[in-house]
Design a protein around this ligand. Structure first.
Ligand code: FPP
Length: 251
């Protein structure tokens, strides 16, 4: 349990004694880039560009608050249904940011990790992503997990298929298929349990994101559009999480 800056935000250590709990692992469904752009009569890509800036702010806010892992849903396995132009814009943005942000990740001691199937974005982008993962692997202030071409049902299916393969080959018995053995094959196996899942833009769905991992997570939905999501919105979600922990904790 950590008492941090959140105490000051909520009225100071005296008002909120050491009971303020900071989630170890926060995930965000970043939604609303398109609507943000539309309201400004801008092309959708402008919303995604502003959304990428919001990722940087969230990363900073998470690190400052003492969160260990921030997982963001940057591209779902369903996002391929968007227009060719938009997919290409998103890929271009990722290429730009993975290059441009490497120095920031190093400076801020942020370790980059990937989940999903980013190989589908082509060798050039994939190699750059893997290079950044490799370069930042010893950073210890925050782990930023970017979900790229990720889908939770696909992830769970792959784990089930691997266990079926092991059972068929006699490596394991059917009884060895347990919650723990499934969990160990998910792409998040090395991360702390998900504590808090945030979705922006007023939509109240999980959209195939971290379905297994969210089993015990607190869910926070906010009307803020992703490009407008700033440090105070992030801290408001952390404060909501801390309030819920206090209400039901009793531990
Ligand atoms: C949802 O908004 C957002 C996405 C599908 C893409 C998220 C991508 C970024 C924030 C930028 C790149 C990320 C990184 C890590 C550099 P939407 O387009 O569905 O919005 P709408 O529902 O208002 O149309």
């Amino acid at each position: 349990m950590k008492a941090t800056r959140l105490e000051a935000l909520e009225g100071g250590a005296a008002a909120q004694p050491a009971s303020v709990v900071v989630p170890r692992h926060v995930a965000i469904i970043m939604d609303g880039n398109g609507r943000w752009a539309q309201r400004r009569h801008l092309p959708r890509v402008a919303g995604h560009r502003a959304g990428a800036e919001a990722v940087r702010r969230a990363m900073q806010a998470a690190a400052d608050a003492g969160v260990e892992v921030l997982t963001v849903y940057a591209f779902s396995s369903e996002n391929w249904r968007r227009s060719e132009e938009e997919v290409s814009d998103l890929k271009g943005l990722m290429r730009y940011y993975v290059e441009k942000e490497l120095d920031t990740l190093q400076k801020e001691r942020v370790r980059l990790q990937l989940i999903g199937e980013p190989g589908a974005f082509g060798n050039e982008l994939y190699d750059r992503l893997v290079h950044s993962v490799e370069r930042t692997k010893d950073n210890d202030r925050l782990t930023l997990v970017v979900a790229l071409n990720y889908g939770s049902q696909g992830e769970i299916t792959a784990a089930a298929r691997e266990l079926a393969r092991r059972a068929a080959s006699g490596e394991i018995a059917p009884e060895d298929v347990t919650e723990r053995s499934i969990e160990a094959l998910l792409q998040t196996a090395d991360l702390p349990p998900l504590d808090l899942l945030i979705r922006t833009s007023g939509e109240v769905r999980l959209s195939n994101f971290l379905l297994w991992q969210a089993a015990y997570a607190e869910l926070v939905f906010t009307d803020v559009l992703w490009p407008d999501f700033d440090e105070s919105a992030f801290n408001a979600a952390l404060a909501e999480y801390a309030r819920r922990q206090r209400r039901f904790g009793g531990r």
